[in-house]
Design a protein around this ligand. Structure first.
Ligand code: FAD
Length: 294
């Protein structure tokens, strides 16, 4: 099924997982899918390594999600450093596995190439979307950035680029992680003003480790609000306490977003099914109530 159709009965609940490093066995990620499947998400997405690393496994893992577990799969696909032939080959493999949904991304520039202009066939995610559309009829998602993409000229330029991406063919959007819901609500208002009307799922990451979230936010440009900074500072040396607080914080964000009528919650699981299970357990009544309403 095409993911854009799930958003007709919002809210949509989705989970994100990542493949193992090249050469590592797939058993761990298959166990993760097995554990996550009991949560009955509307779809599970699988990331794709921009720099070649964990590319190969994405299709195989998406195939397992869709064809073994009967859960809709969203295969991420990046285009930076890829040729049209390479992308066409992946599209062929996805079609063969009957995967209908792609999250079309540019990908991050590898650190050592950051000052070199891309030497590939694609410059932006919109180029990838255009290319996919010439090849096959996939349902296409794209990324968006409530706190502005780190390389964007400014917030308005980023929004106009996003609009172009949607006009090129993105059917739905998933946000970069954010830790302050008011930033998401302000972003939604800006999208409405620009008539960007596709569904927008909120990307939520339960934070379990101070160093990790500091590294991620420094790379992606998301901010750490004072309320969460206090949690990190207070519990940084107690993994158990930080885990509990991180899960509670993410759950609170989700409850607020659901009450405000968000199109979807996309949980960055970091391949930690027990964390996703705890969060989904906390909102099971809310989820039941919202499903009954649709
Ligand atoms: P684009 O939409 O191409 O935007 C990149 C930058 O270019 C932005 O600053 C934008 O404003 C600007 N821009 C766009 N079009 C134009 C134009 N025509 N002219 C000038 N400027 C333009 N990375 C991975 O490697 N693998 C993954 O699986 C992965 N999954 C992700 C999932 C989600 C939900 C999100 C939010 C991010 C994910 N990323 C992933 C990270 C993503 O690849 C990076 O954020 C990357 O830097 C930008 O990708 P994009 O598709 O948003 O790029």
């Amino acid at each position: 099924m095409r993911i854009k159709d799930y958003y007709k009965n919002k809210p949509v609940f989705s989970l994100e997982i990542f493949p193992p490093k090249p050469g590592s066995p797939l058993d761990g990620v298959f166990a993760t899918i097995d554990a996550l499947s009991v949560l009955r998400p509307d779809f599970i997405s699988v990331t794709y390594g921009a720099a070649g690393g964990s590319r190969f496994y994405t299709v195989e893992i998406a195939d397992t999600i869709k064809n073994k577990y009967g859960i809709e799969a969203l295969a991420h696909l990046t285009c930076i450093n890829s040729t049209k032939e390479e992308v066409a080959e992946i599209l062929g493999r996805l079609q063969k596995a009957k995967i209908e949904n792609i999250l079309a991304l540019r990908g991050d520039r590898p650190a050592d190439q950051s000052t070199i202009p891309p030497t590939t066939d694609f410059q932006y995610a919109s180029d990838l979307i255009k290319f996919i559309k010439t090849k096959a009829d996939f349902c296409i998602g794209a990324a968006c950035y409530p706190e502005v993409h780190i390389e964007a000229e400014d917030a308005m330029a980023d929004l106009h680029n996003l609009k172009r991406k949607v006009e090129t063919g993105a059917d739905f959007l998933i946000t970069q992680l954010f830790l302050d819901n008011s930033i998401f609500y302000a972003f939604r208002e800006k999208l409405d003003k620009l008539a960007i009307g596709v569904p927008v799922a909120a990307g939520i990451m339960p934070v379990l480790n101070k160093k990790q979230i500091e590294r991620i936010t420094s790379l992606c440009g998301a901010s750490i609000p004072p309320k969460f900074r206090r949690i990190l500072d207070r519990y940084e040396n107690s993994p158990e306490a930080l885990k509990e607080a991180g899960i509670a914080y993410a759950t609170e964000q989700i409850i607020d977003l659901l009450s405000s009528g968000v199109d979807g919650i996309h949980l960055y699981t970091m391949n930690r099914p027990e964390v996703a299970k705890t969060i989904f357990g906390q909102i099971s009544g809310i989820r039941k109530h919202l499903k009954a309403e649709t």
